[in-house]
Design a protein around this ligand. Structure first.
Ligand code: ADP
Ligand code: ZN
Ligand code: ZN
Length: 691
């Protein structure tokens, strides 16, 4: 018997070994093993046991690390699929399906897996115990389903009972009762002795959300998975999944790989969220991995969203997914009125106040009448640009070339109150006294960030109580929780924040939502800019719709006629989708073509441009030779990346737009590429953006 081993390295090859000498331990697929590799030893994964091997002088394995494999046979095969689809190696994909601390790089760097404590351990991150439990205010663990919910549940549960690998797209506005449907499905699956995975974006994993699942299913069977877990919690949770102690895994992206023995369902809530795509190798999309996994397991997938991704909705339109719609809210509250404020009417952008007259008026009104307000701005810091009035110079990062953001620094002495920071690397510097180019002392702070909104609000409404939530303010879950409690209790009247305030927060007293600048995402040079803007505005607007007192949303923009904003203001997904899908069709963007973004980076520019040129030619050549219809693919570039220099490295890219078959050919070619030693190549299949 020979053992085939894949190593987590960028080498598209597996290696054969003999079973270890005289240990008597059984080798099994999915185990981590130590094997001789080159002149030393390395940790790899058993991917196959075979009777025959072409290799002559074979060495024995040194050691078997896991008596019980940490990855099942299905996990090993899913990893193969990940590798093929996303252009990484089998070993790299295998490392990805394991929790971070169980990924081997070298011998000795491993966290041993302890046996699970099956009884007594509620599997709950200790930080979520105590106060958080009391924070959940829901009281009706099991409402009677509406007729619509009933019909949808029946359809999904029938598919689950038949062990059909069906994919459902559940398009339902916020508060339409989607989660209740997920819960009914989980109950059904668990009662059949199978298990389920509930994927949510990291940001939605709030204590009150976790508590809701705990209340319904009991803390014993629910596992929680997010990026703040300690190594110990990760190992314990993983082992409890593999041993069947946990039956429902609630978690962010990588929970999709939870090693359940008999998976019955995966729910991907907020399926449109970009955070489901991993931005490091392997660059997989958890939604696609979920669909592939359930397809192999004979399980159902539900993709849920109030604003489905254009790709998923198209697949539902064309029959690949089954479309289910929940158009109204459970409580039948009306949607909030959305007003678009045209900022062009207020003169030059640089002179505009943070609050337009209608927003200021609404703020005054709400604060006078005890209402709460959420103000959304998708940029942290005080001002995203510092420019010279004399010559147009702007402050840029010496390593990245991007503009520096001016941040207030509350700890600095008065007068010297801020610092310029790069959002791409750790660079910081003081604001120069005068323009380094023309010595003009008149440097101007331009644009709006969360801190500036906060300062402006405190200046104009000195008695208002204000809190801010962004990556700078909420460094820990503790701060996040404090702000949450302050808003919940009414101690805080105005909450200012980035995406962090756009979901997972449910405050019935919020009667006004202000979108300070809807255009920040609109003009990015990216094919998903309109989609993202539509999703964000819809999502943020939803924060105002939870009060019987009614809610109002004010959206400030310089593009009041843009179809994404007009449709968002009308709560009209379908009109947005119909326009967007035609654009995608015309331009040959997903879902009509797939994209592969090949990024080359390196310290010196000429090797980078040369390699990119070689790649572009190589890709064209491979596709021409493959005999694929040239109408089915296009190689764009080489061009400098949108961020052409990050952390002192030059970045160039080639983008392939192609159908499925051509993508497969392209990936086969890319596997053969051996880049020169002064550059690195990153392949992103189905990228979220081209920035
Ligand atoms: P969504 O996931 O679409 O935002 P939820 O399932 O969370 O919606 O439902 C919103 C609120 O309505 C929750 O408090 C939930 O318990 C409640 N709810 C859901 N379905 C019903 C129902 N059929 N009758 C009464 N309340 C319901
Ligand atoms: Zn100047
Ligand atoms: Zn930088």
């Amino acid at each position: 018997m020979f053992v085939e081993v894949a190593f987590p390295i960028p080498l598209h090859q597996t290696f054969h070994y003999l079973a270890p000498n005289g240990t008597g331990a059984a080798v099994a697929v999915g185990q981590r093993v130590v094997a001789p590799f080159g002149r030393s030893k390395s940790v790899g994964y058993v991917v196959r046991l075979t009777e025959r091997s072409p290799v002559k002088a074979m060495k024995p394995l040194v050691k078997i690390l896991d008596p019980v494999p940490l990855i099942g046979l299905d996990g090993v095969e899913l990893a193969r699929w990940l590798a093929d689809r996303y252009g990484c190696t089998w070993g790299e994909a295998l490392a990805c399906v394991l929790p971070r601390n169980l990924r081997p790089t070298r011998e000795g760097g491993l966290t041993p897996l302890r046996r699970p404590r099956v009884c007594g351990d509620p599997g709950l991150d200790s930080r979520f115990r105590g106060n958080d439990v009391a924070m959940y205010s829901g009281s009706d663990p099991k409402p009677t389903l509406s007729t619509q919910q009933e019909a949808i549940c029946r359809e999904i549960i029938e598919a689950a009972s038949r062990r059909e690998a069906a994919v459902f797209l559940l398009h339902g506005v916020t508060d339409s009762g989607k989660t209740e449907i997920y819960f009914r499905l989980f109950t059904q699956v668990l009662s059949q002795g199978r298990q389920a995975i509930f994927l949510v974006p990291e940001i939605a994993l709030t204590p009150q959300f976790i508590e809701r699942t705990h209340l319904r299913f009991g803390t014993e069977v629910v596992g929680v998975w997010h990026s703040h877990l300690s190594a110990g919690d990760r190992s314990r949770t993983w082992a409890r999944v593999a041993h069947g102690a946990i039956q429902l895994m609630v978690g962010a992206r990588s929970a999709v790989f939870a090693p359940f023995p008999a998976l019955g369902a995966i729910v991907v809530d907020e399926e449109h969220e970009p955070t489901y795509k991993q931005e490091e190798k392997p660059r997989y999309h958890a939604r696609e991995a979920a669909i592939e996994r359930t397809r192999r397991a004979g399980a159902v997938t539900i993709l849920g969203s109030a604003t489905p991704s254009v790709e998923s909705y198209w697949k539902a339109q064309t029959g690949a997914y089954r479309l289910l719609e929940l158009p109204s809210r459970v409580d039948e509250l009306a949607f909030p009125a959305v007003h678009i404020v045209d900022r062009r009417a207020e003169g030059p952008v640089s002179r505009q106040p943070v609050f337009s007259p209608p927003l200021r008026q609404a703020l005054e009104d709400r604060l006078a009448h005890g209402g709460q307000v959420i103000l959304f701005i998708n940029r942290r810091g005080f001002a995203p640009f510092v420019v010279c009035r004399g010559c147009g110079w702007s402050a840029r990062c010496p390593s990245c070339g991007v503009t520096l953001v001016w941040h207030l620094d509350t700890k600095a002495p008065a007068g010297e109150e801020g610092v310029l920071r790069c959002h791409w690397c750790p660079h910081r510097q003081e604001l120069p006294e005068a323009c380094p180019q023309c010595r003009n002392p008149k440097l101007r702070l331009r644009g709006i960030g969360t801190q500036r909104v906060e300062r402006e609000l405190r200046a104009q409404f000195p008695t208002a109580t204000v809190a801010r939530l962004d990556r700078d303010a909420a460094k820990s879950r503790k701060v996040y929780r404090q702000v949450y409690e302050d808003v919940k209790s009414g101690r805080c009247q105005v909450l200012i924040g980035t995406q962090m305030v756009s979901k997972g927060l449910d405050f019935p007293r919020v009667t006004l939502v202000g979108v300070i600048d809807a255009d920040t995402a609109l003009y990015l040079p990216d094919f998903r800019a309109a989609e993202r803007t539509f999703q964000l505005v819809t999502q943020v607007a939803g924060r105002a719709g939870r009060s019987p007192r009614g809610g109002e949303v004010i959206v400030q923009t310089a593009a009041p006629d843009h179809y994404a904003l007009v449709a968002a203001a009308r709560h009209d997904y379908r009109t947005f989708y119909d326009q967007e899908i035609e654009l995608r069709r015309t331009l040959g963007y997903p879902p009509f073509r797939r994209l592969v973004n090949v990024l080359v980076r390196g310290a010196r520019e000429s090797p980078v441009t040369e390699e990119t040129e070689r790649l572009a030619q190589g890709l064209k050549g491979a596709l021409e030779q493959s005999g694929r219809d040239p109408a089915g693919w296009a190689v764009l570039g080489p061009v400098p990346a949108a961020h052409a220099r990050i952390r002192k490295e030059h970045r160039w890219q080639v983008v392939l737009k192609a159908d499925d078959n051509a993508v497969t050919h392209a990936l086969a070619y890319l596997r053969t590429v051996r880049p020169s030693s002064d550059v690195k190549i990153a392949i992103d299949v189905d990228p979220q953006d081209l920035l």
